[in-house]
Design a protein around this ligand. Structure first.
Ligand SMILES: [Zn+2]
Length: 431
């Protein structure tokens, strides 16, 4: 039996330089329409005392000049979003929530931000053969009747993009460019789960991913990403103009390599899980990023770097989810709080726990573990605890052997083959 699910693929735009100006004008138009709708909703509310719904607001705005800047369905979506935001604020207010704010105007000084533009069935045309998607403009922004935006996107090597239901052009602030979200309807064959076992994944920078299976661990260092970051930042600094062809070419190359790394890693981890009979994978929900920002063990770099890393992790988790789905593996995000401070072996929590040279040393039970592996095992345990709540007297974990936590298998990204290969000499836990 086949299952119907909706899946969103995030894709980089290959010909960004050719289309970004056109996408900008749609993104600005969406912000202007939002502001008009925002103002109108306010007026209706003040004069009638009720908050207008989507249909009512549309009736007011259908003939507004700004409405025809976008394809009608795209304009509809902006108004719907505003109406929903307004109503959710109003509902909170009715419930006595004084801190709730109504949706704001989309302005940055005299400038407009680039709002997300949604294209529904008659607003786009997908060409799966050439990985292209054609996006409609509104009447006002067309130079001639057949004027449209033709975007070439970067395909996922492990997935087929078909049955596209909706396309969203989303401005990515961290990367300073547009990307496409392709919402697809996917027919999933029922796949048997590989088994009952669980795995936990801790994401980081030094080790991009540490995976714990409860008796074995794999480490995937982020060295290849770091080298790229260093190399491309240096090359880019040589460009006088950040908008120049050369700068764009470097950005594209960098981004392709990062995407390739993420695809390969997510695929590798899912295959390893399937091989070990893992049916559920837990991954930290990234709240830990903030925890670590405040002077913890991991160096998250500048603010710009943080959002770039965050972007990479978000994208990685999405890839894990749909690649897992194909193999019958569920990916769950769990609260990451305290997972780096708690001893995975005895459960001792210590805020001042010192991590030295990538090792977690427990003063209570003398466990020595790779710090990221300890985090990954704690994440995995959260999944197990949710299945069977631990009883307070349960001490089965106390005499468990923990040697495996100090000896993770390290897999390095090999650029030549485009694969992860085991590192032969594992002399030190820290890569
Ligand atoms: Zn301990």
């Amino acid at each position: 039996m086949a299952n119907r699910v909706t899946r969103t693929y995030v894709a980089t735009i290959r010909n960004h330089r050719q289309v970004c100006e056109d996408l900008d004008s749609l993104g600005f138009a969406a912000s202007k329409l939002w502001n008009v709708a925002r103002w109108t909703a306010d007026r209706i509310w003040h004069e009638t005392g009720h908050v207008p719904g989507h249909a009512e607001l549309s009736a007011y705005l259908k003939n507004h000049e700004r409405y025809a800047d976008l394809n009608a369905q795209s304009s509809q979506r902006v108004i719907q979003e505003l109406a929903e935001a307004f109503q959710s604020w109003y509902a909170k207010r009715q419930n006595g929530d004084e801190t709730a704010n109504p949706p704001g105007y989309r302005k940055r000084g005299d400038e407009h931000p680039r709002s997300t533009v949604t294209f529904k069935e008659d607003g786009f045309k997908h060409d799966p053969k050439h990985n292209r998607v054609r996006l409609s403009k509104g009447r006002n922004l067309k130079e001639h009747w057949s004027d449209f935006i033709l975007c070439e996107y970067e395909p996922d090597p492990d997935a087929t993009v078909e049955n596209v239901q909706q396309v969203r052009a989303v401005w990515n602030d961290a990367r300073d460019e547009w990307e496409l979200h392709l919402v697809c309807r996917v027919e999933l064959e029922d796949v048997d789960s590989p088994g009952e076992r669980t795995a936990g994944i801790d994401l980081g920078i030094s080790n991009f991913a540490a995976v714990s299976y409860g008796d074995e661990t794999d480490l995937y260092p982020g060295g290849a990403l770091k080298e790229d970051e260093y190399y491309f930042a240096k090359e880019r600094a040589k460009c006088d103009d950040s908008r120049s062809n050369e700068a764009r070419r470097l950005d594209r190359k960098w981004s392709n390599r990062r995407t390739h790394f993420l695809h390969t890693l997510s695929k590798t981890i899912i295959e390893e899980c399937a091989r070990r009979g893992v049916g559920t994978v837990a991954v930290g929900d990234l709240s830990g990023i903030r925890e670590r920002e405040n002077g913890e063990s991991k160096d998250w770099g500048s603010k710009g770097n943080q959002s770039l890393h965050r972007w990479a992790f978000d994208r990685f988790i999405t890839m894990l989810e749909y690649k897992g789905e194909e193999r019958g593996i569920t990916v769950e995000t769990v609260d990451e709080r305290n997972t780096s401070k708690t001893c995975a072996c005895c459960g001792r929590k210590d805020a001042s726990q010192r991590v030295e040279r990538g090792l977690y040393v427990c003063e209570e039970c003398d466990t020595v573990a790779n710090a990221d592996v300890n985090g990954a095992e704690n994440i995995r345990c959260k999944l197990e605890d949710a299945k069977v709540p631990p009883s307070p007297t349960d001490d089965s974990s106390v005499d468990r052997s923990t040697g495996w936590m100090a000896q993770p298998a390290v897999h390095l990204f090999d650029r030549e083959s485009g694969r992860f290969t085991p590192r032969e000499q594992v002399a030190d836990c820290k890569p």
